[in-house]
Design a protein around this ligand. Structure first.
Ligand code: SF4
Ligand code: SF4
Length: 496
């Protein structure tokens, strides 16, 4: 049924055109601030839709729908294809540098951290416009969907994670063996595979952007989007590479620095602003890559071969960590779910990742799995006992208390991801908070007092607070994901 739809000439083109119109609408709203004719959309609501809903839902969709977003909806892929259609002289040589997508991924994530992408309308406009422009220009220069294959950070992340999806493009090997024309490879009525997959032998979701061209081109109904066993391709070591294995381990390191405790653990350096955040990135990613190289010394067999395969063992674990960093991080601040409940949900998701990764370590390494199994348990233990604020944490997350007199000044540090002090007690009246933002862009918000202040990376701000009503007021950073990661505190106003 679904594949019949993909065979139609207008599908998924119609969805991509609607998506492109939606994209232009989003840009207009972000640029001019509000469009009253349609639902009173304004730029704040659009930012909310983009980063608080679209991004986590896209992540959830990955497990059920694979990279359907890339081929069916993404306007950048469309721009890439339009660029393709306008130019003919293109060489595939560039695609030999397979490390480029992974390097670009970390550079863009770092840029996101220092630019405040999720909270700034201007940066979001810049991000969206430059992605579509890059998609179009690379379409002119490179064959196929060069942007999606080499430069899109979402494509790079989703490429690896889509290996765990329940949906993928597969072919009937018997039909393909008999097929002489191979339209899926050389192109037919529609272009050939835009990511240069050997479609008749496709076993992996990794590079498949689910454009549907092989399905349209195939005269024998061999290529299909179908239900697959999630993670099956990992057991078959389909398309494994050393660079992707290192990439998965680097993601493990990066996940730690996206937590409050993880960031603080290694902050021994006298640096501030973007440099401090860069040090976080280098240290945590470096530590995990170093440990990865080290533990593989204890596994029998070819060292290089073990390195190439063993990074994939951790893929389900990394997926579970990113699941709660992205999905919980962005969506739970909108709900009234308590901290303990959130922590327990994280333990459950982490547990699924641990079981899946452990099973995979046995499938891939048989009796040599023990070293990987121990490391999986150690990583999970580190998250449960140190990084996840919850009932099993060894650290107190209650924060430092600062008592301030009326008219006094609180010296506060804002950092990724927390405030110090995080509990302020004050008698009814006014006081100032002098906030030093030690790393990247953050904000300081108290909704009930209508306090909303952006904090530049490495800068300081002095804020006057009029605490006139007795009670407890939450302060937090409004950048999506930061509050849930721990960037919050409480202002306790007491009666005189
Ligand atoms: S997918 Fe279709 S076109 Fe491609 S080799 Fe198989 S049968 Fe031939
Ligand atoms: S394998 Fe088929 S659906 Fe996947 S990218 Fe290639 S042509 Fe598109």
């Amino acid at each position: 049924m679904f594949n019949k739809l993909v065979k139609k000439s207008w599908f998924p083109l119609i969805i991509r055109i609607i998506s492109a119109i939606g994209f232009i609408f989003a840009l207009i709203v972000l640029y001019i601030g509000s469009v009253k004719i349609i639902f009173g959309f304004n730029s704040s609501l659009m930012m909310f839709v983009l980063w608080v809903f679209w991004w986590p839902l896209l992540y959830v969709s990955l497990i059920f729908l694979g990279r359907l977003w890339c081929g069916f909806i993404c306007p950048v892929g469309l721009a890439n294809e339009v660029g393709n259609s306008l130019s003919k002289k293109r060489k595939t040589k560039f695609y030999r540098y397979g490390f480029i997508p992974f390097v670009v991924f970390f550079l863009i994530v770092f840029w996101e951290q220092i630019s405040g992408l999720f909270s700034s309308t201007q940066v979001t406009i810049f991000f969206l416009v430059s992605f579509v422009s890059a998609g179009f220009l690379l379409g002119l220069i490179l064959p196929g969907w060069g942007f999606c294959k080499m430069f899109c950070p979402i494509g790079t992340l989703f490429g690896s994670f889509s290996r765990l999806s329940f949906l993928g493009v597969r072919t009937d090997k018997v039909k393909c063996e008999k097929c002489k024309t191979k339209e899926c490879v050389v192109g037919g009525e529609y272009p050939k595979c835009p990511t240069f997959i050997n479609v008749p032998k496709i076993k992996s979701n990794k590079d498949c952007v689910m454009c549907g061209y092989c399905i349209k081109n195939c005269p024998y109904d061999s290529a299909k989007i179908c239900k697959i066993k999630a993670g099956e391709e990992l057991r078959e070591k389909a398309g494994f590479s050393l660079r992707e294995s290192f990439f998965i381990i680097a993601l493990l390191g990066m996940s730690v620095l996206l937590t409050t405790r993880g960031t603080l653990l290694l902050r021994f350096f006298d640096a501030s602003g973007s440099l401090l955040r860069a040090i976080d990135f280098v240290l945590w990613i470096g530590i995990f890559l170093g440990l990865f190289l080290f533990i593989n010394l204890f596994v029998k067999g070819s060292y290089r071969e073990n390195l190439r395969n063993s990074g994939f063992v951790y893929l389900p674990l990394v997926f579970s960590l990113f699941f709660f960093l992205i999905v919980f991080g962005f969506l739970t601040p909108l709900t009234s779910i308590g901290d303990t409940m959130i922590a327990v949900s994280k333990y459950i998701i982490l547990g699924i990742g641990v079981i899946w990764s452990s099973k995979l370590s046995y499938d891939l390494f048989d009796k040599r799995f023990l070293v990987y199994f121990i490391s999986i348990i150690a990583i999970a233990g580190f998250w449960v006992l140190v990084l996840i604020p919850g009932p099993l944490s060894l650290f107190s997350y209650s924060g430092n208390v600062y008592v301030v007199e009326e008219g006094g000044v609180v010296q506060m540090d804002a950092y990724s991801m927390g405030f110090n002090p995080s509990i302020i007690k004050v008698k009814k009246g006014y006081f100032d908070i002098n906030i030093t933002n030690v790393d990247v862009i953050h904000s300081f918000d108290i909704d009930e007092m209508d306090v909303h202040v952006n904090l530049e990376g490495g800068g300081s701000r002095r804020i006057r607070i009029n605490a006139l009503e007795e009670g407890e007021y939450e302060f937090y950073c409004k950048i999506p994901g930061h509050k849930e990661a721990g960037m919050k505190g409480v202002l306790i106003v007491e009666d005189v």
